[in-house]
Design a binder for this molecule. Structure first.
Ligand code: CA2
Length: 147
């Protein structure tokens, strides 16, 4: 029997407010819609997704550390911490779990300060500008990678 792959999906600051403002950048759907989307994609891929959101960098680092030995892959949208945090990529490298970075918007085509990602060097791939579908691609990629 195939083992169900366990994928941890981490979202950073303000992602819980999706849909409230800037729908032209982040879409009109809510964080609850995102959770339902990820759950459906994971089930279809033969995986189980656990979603975690925090506005705190330290809590995200703690969650990555606790994932060691428990998850087959990590999907991470560090939100604004993408462009500032060194602790998050350090934690990803430390646990060694295959990770994929996701952004709803195309950060390469926005403000100059969003074009730098410290997270990307700790990830196998970065998917940006595809909205919710980016999370779907990341979950499928990691589920396949873990087989
Ligand atoms: O495009 C992405 O997914 C981002 O990671 C989203 C972050 C932003 O800081 C990154 O540069 C790119 C912002 C998260 C959500 O921001 C909201 C803003 C207004 C209303 C609701 C959410």
């Amino acid at each position: 029997m195939k083992k169900v792959k366990k994928i941890l999906v981490i979202n950073g600051p303000n992602i819980n407010l999706l849909g409230l403002r800037e729908p032209e950048i982040y879409g009109a759907k809510s964080y609850a819609d995102l959770l339902a989307f990820i759950d459906a994609v994971a089930k279809e891929a033969g995986a189980e997704a656990e979603c975690f959101q925090s506005n705190s960098e330290g809590a995200i680092v703690d969650k990555i550390q606790q994932a060691h030995g428990k998850f087959d892959g990590i999907v991470i949208n560090p939100a604004a911490y993408t462009h500032t945090s060194i602790a998050i990529p350090d934690a990803l490298k430390a646990v060694g779990i295959p990770a994929v970075e996701v952004h709803l918007s195309d950060i390469s085509k926005r403000e100059a300060y969003r074009r730098i990602s410290y997270t990307s060097e700790a990830c196998r791939a970065t998917i940006a500008g595809k909205g919710f579908e980016g999370y779907g691609e990341a979950v499928r990629f990691l589920t396949e990678a873990a087989r």
